[in-house]
Design a binder for this molecule. Structure first.
Ligand code: 6MZ
Length: 366
């Protein structure tokens, strides 16, 4: 575990509200309990429960959203989630979250994302690089050399983490609401929003509802990642693969035809081992499709999904892969490094990350 912690890592599938510390959730629940707004003991029971089916997970998200959807809390959880990733040597995170309206709190989808950005700005324990380079240049009123800007993010003296954002569309939303999220992503590009994710309870809704918004997003140059095959749905998996998203998440209930198509298209897959086991989306770790995809050299990246809900960390996901699939240190390091090629940030970030990994390989004597 220590070694998995020390290795640089890339997180590409992490839901903000699924990654909250238990201690923070309980503190928030206590606060609302004291005000008589919720029954603390019931919420405590739900938060601390360990085994959950997939449908129970979505009930938990409804509870979490009651606790978190005001601006100050969104800012706080964003700050803590990124600090937690940085503390285990995650060097690049694509954090995804569903922009939410909450009229009672004066919250719009836009102000929700602004609160997320506020959380990124509030971090002081580590350098957080979330503004794309080109934007830093454009927005600087005084002419400043490119090397000076690079220095700001590239110095080796302080720990740093790159963060990019994906805005999620929830499968409970309408076509119009999804379109609103895509428009917001476009407006927020200069603050590091790079793409769109389709997520939410896979037993709910039809993905075609979001097709116009997803096509529009792609047309405007946003990247798209889809939760695909988290439950059996042959037709939907087929059509999603036809859409050729830049990445997909999960791929648990694929049939022979889907595997063929996936492998021929080389779409990278975000794999979340603990999440899939806990939600019974795969029968056992030995039967996880990681093994087949890894052997076939298909692009895969290990991710946490919901580190808070499933009590895991990215280092723990690598540890599980090492112990369950017999990966050695060099193989784990290579697996982690390969994720750099599937990130949605631009080439300057990729280049920086490649350098971070080369340096780490030397330090870790690989
Ligand atoms: C599908 C999931 C998910 O967006 O409020 N989410 N969607 N499958 C999963 N597997 C377990 N885990 C999380 O984060 C919470 C939201 O992310 C999606 C759900 O829509 C959930 O409400 P945000 O930050």
């Amino acid at each position: 575990m220590e070694w998995c912690m020390s290795m640089p890592k890339v997180e590409l599938h992490a839901h903000l509200n699924g990654s909250i510390r238990d201690s923070t959730l309980l503190e928030l629940a206590k606060g609302l309990g004291d005000k008589g707004l919720i029954d603390f003991s019931q919420v405590e029971h739900v938060v601390l429960k360990n085994d959950r089916s997939l449908s129970e997970v979505f009930k938990l998200f409804d509870v979490i959203h009651i606790l978190t959807t005001d601006h100050a809390t969104v800012t706080r959880i964003t700050k803590e989630v990124i600090e937690d990733f940085a503390s285990e040597n995650v060097v690049y995170v694509e954090l995804r979250t569903t922009p939410k309206k909450n009229e009672a709190k004066g919250m719009s989808k836009r102000s929700y994302i602004e609160a997320v950005l506020e959380g990124l700005r509030a971090i002081s324990s580590v350098d957080v690089c979330f503004i794309p380079h080109s934007e830093e240049l454009k927005n600087h009123s005084n002419p400043i050399s490119i090397s000076a800007i690079n220095d700001k993010c590239n110095e080796n003296t302080r720990k740093k983490i790159f963060v990019r954002l994906l805005l999620s569309i929830d499968r409970r939303e309408t076509t119009e609401a999804a379109m609103e999220t895509v428009m917001l992503a476009l407006e927020m590009r200069h603050f590091g929003v790079v793409g769109i994710d389709l997520s939410g309870n896979p037993a709910v809704g039809e993905w075609v509802t979001y097709l116009p918004a997803l096509k529009f997003a792609r047309g405007q140059g946003l990247y798209v990642t889809l939760h695909c095959g988290e439950v059996p749905n042959s037709r939907e998996i087929h059509d999603m693969l036809d859409f050729l998203p830049e990445r997909i998440g999960h791929a648990c209930f694929f049939e022979e035809e889907h595997w063929k198509k996936l492998k021929s298209t080389k779409i990278p897959v975000e794999l979340c081992l603990t999440s899939n086991i806990r939600t019974l989306s795969v029968p056992s770790i030995d039967a996880h499709h990681f093994v087949d995809l890894y052997k076939a050299k298909h692009p895969v990246v290990l991710c946490t999904d919901d580190s808070g809900v499933f009590s895991t960390s990215l280092s723990n996901e690598y540890k599980i892969a090492a112990s369950s699939f017999g990966l050695g240190r060099k193989e784990m390091f290579e697996l982690s490094k390969s994720a750099v090629e599937f990130i949605f940030a631009d080439n300057t970030v990729k280049e920086d990350l490649r350098n971070i990994f080369s340096l780490a390989a030397k330090n870790l004597e690989l």
